[in-house]
Every structure is written in C-alpha cells, then in structure tokens.
Write a protein that binds this ligand. Structure first.
Ligand code: HEC
Length: 266
C-alpha cells in the first residue's frame, strides 16, 4: 500500500501549469507537457542568471517560435502569477542572433530551486536571455513565474497620462527618459495613476520623488535603495551602472522631473 502510494506520488506531476498566449489574431494555451515536447526545445545554459544569481541550465524554447504573427513593432506584456507585468518591446524577443530570448519551462518532475528561502521557484515559465549584453537587456526583461504573454497597444497609447509634453521632439532627452522609465520602472510603479502594476508607490501622485529627494540622493536610491534607507522587507532592486549608465540615469531623472509639472488632477 505504501509502495503504491509512493509510486503514485512520483508519477503525478506536482502541478499542471499552462501558459496563455494572447497575441491578437492567434490565441493559444500551452500546457507544460506540450511545451516540453516542442520541436525546438533544447537545453540551454545561462551564465549568471538574473534571478538565481548563478549559472543555470534550463529546458527552453526560443520565444520567437511561440510568438506567432508578432511583428518587431508590436508591444507585449508578460504577466506573472503575482500580477507583476513586464512591458516588452517585441523586436528584441524576435531576434535569432545576439541577445536571444527563451521561454524556460519548469518540468514538474525536476522542479527548479526556490528563488529564496520560503519562496516559489522562477517557474512554471521564465523568460531568460542568452548573451543579454549584446542587446543591452535589463533585469526587468527577465520576468519569472510567467502565466501569460499578451499583445497590447504601446504604453503611450494605453496610458496617455505617462506622456511627456507632446511639443517635445522625439529625440528629446525627456522622451528618451520616458523610454527608460517604461523599460525599467513601469513593471512595478505607476505614475500619474497610470500603469498596470502597483508593486511600488506611484511616482508622481501625490508627490514626485524629484520634489522631496535631492537629485544626488534620488540617483543613489535608484542605484541601490538600501544605501539610502535600510529595512529587511524592502523590495526595490538596485540599478547598477551596467544596467542604467550615468547618461541614462540622467535622462530618467529628467523624465521624472518633467512629469512633476504634468500631474493629473484626481
Ligand atoms: C521590482 C519592482 C520595482 C522596480 C523595477 C522599480 N521599483 Fe522603485 N520601488 C519598488 C518598491 C516595492 C518600492 C517601495 C520601497 C521598497 O519596498 O523597496 C519602491 C520605491 C521607489 C522609490 C522611493 C519612493 C519613496 O518615496 O519612498 C523611488 C524614488 C523609486 N522606487 C523609483 C524607481 C525608479 C525610478 C525605477 C526604475 C529605474 C524603479 N523604482 C524600479 C519597486 C520597484
């Protein structure tokens, strides 16, 4: 009886996960099992994995192979089980050389380690990159515990309250700062009440951090939040100079400052 029970446990997957792809014309749901049998699946090695902070190896499918009908100019959102929503430009996800995006699939028979003690693993699905430096891929472009990937209108269309003054030229540093904000911050923060995530505080309402932080302290905070205020439950990750070079930091803070003058009335 005991032996039978044990065998049953071994043969039953720990959980049945599914990935929802809502890509506009083509919607489809993939079960873990189907993905593990995908014709393009292979074992990849990731050096210094962003979430596990060490080398990892995964069964993975090139993400481009799953993004049927998606064009480089499209905009995607990867939504995690906990509601974290990563905004992703489609172009880098479709690359087949240089920095390349993969959907890593957790095999319930060989579960991945927990991300930290008492936490879940990065599964059931985790977006990882080979050669990320080649494409200047930021840590926010490595969403884990992914449940769905959706095609969306671009951020600027969905959330006009995030837009800088329309009179500014496209290559104005403020507009470049806005692009950096979308890539690095919007996954956790709203601004002017706009955005899909509320993991961190709104960065304009009621006050913009440029109104109550000196610029030097604000930059220090973004580089390493714990270097300014320390407590064990703090959740904001630091942005090193590799991820956000000084010039980009300048433009990002420039965008925040600019938006302090564009508050929406409640
Ligand atoms: C993974 C989620 C996450 C990302 C990405 C993130 N933040 Fe945060 N941020 C938080 C959380 C959560 C807090 C609240 C403090 C804490 O728990 O660390 C916070 C706090 C802050 C604060 C302090 C607000 C205050 O008054 O205390 C500022 C400023 C800030 N973030 C700016 C940014 C900027 C700028 C970016 C992009 C470069 C960014 N954050 C990216 C999660 C995030």
């Amino acid at each position: 009886m005991l032996i039978l029970f044990g065998a049953l446990l071994l043969s039953t997957p720990l959980y049945a996960a599914q990935l929802n792809l809502e890509l506009g014309a083509s919607n489809r749901t993939w079960q873990t099992e189907e993905l593990l049998k995908h014709p393009q699946i292979q074992t990849i090695t990731i050096n210094n994995d962003v979430s596990y902070k060490r080398d990892m190896s995964y069964r993975a499918v090139p993400l481009a192979a799953l993004l049927t009908g998606i064009k480089p100019e499209d905009h995607l959102q990867a939504v995690a089980l906990d509601g974290f929503a990563a905004e992703l430009a489609a172009a880098p996800l479709l690359n087949d050389k240089g920095a390349r995006a993969w959907l890593a699939i957790e095999d319930p028979g060989k579960p991945w380690p927990a991300l930290s003690e008492g936490k879940h693993s990065a599964g059931p699905f985790y977006l990882v990159w080979t050669d990320p430096q080649a494409g200047n891929i930021s840590p926010e472009q490595w969403p884990f515990e992914v449940a769905s990937i959706k095609r969306m209108a671009p951020v600027a269309e969905r959330f006009p309250a995030l837009l800088p003054d329309p009179a500014l030229k496209a290559d104005d540093p403020v507009n470049k700062g806005f692009a950096l904000f979308q890539k690095n911050c919007l996954a956790c923060h709203r601004l002017n009440g706009a955005g899909d995530s509320q993991f961190g505080p709104d960065l304009n309402i009621p006050f913009n951090p440029t109104e109550y932080f000196g610029v030097d302290f604000l930059k220090r905070y973004i580089r390493d939040p714990q270097s300014l205020r320390q407590w064990p439950q703090a959740k904001m990750p630091g942005f090193t100079a590799q991820v956000l070079p000084d010039g980009d930091m300048e433009m990002l803070v420039g965008y925040l400052k600019h938006m302090a003058g564009r508050k929406v009335k409640p």
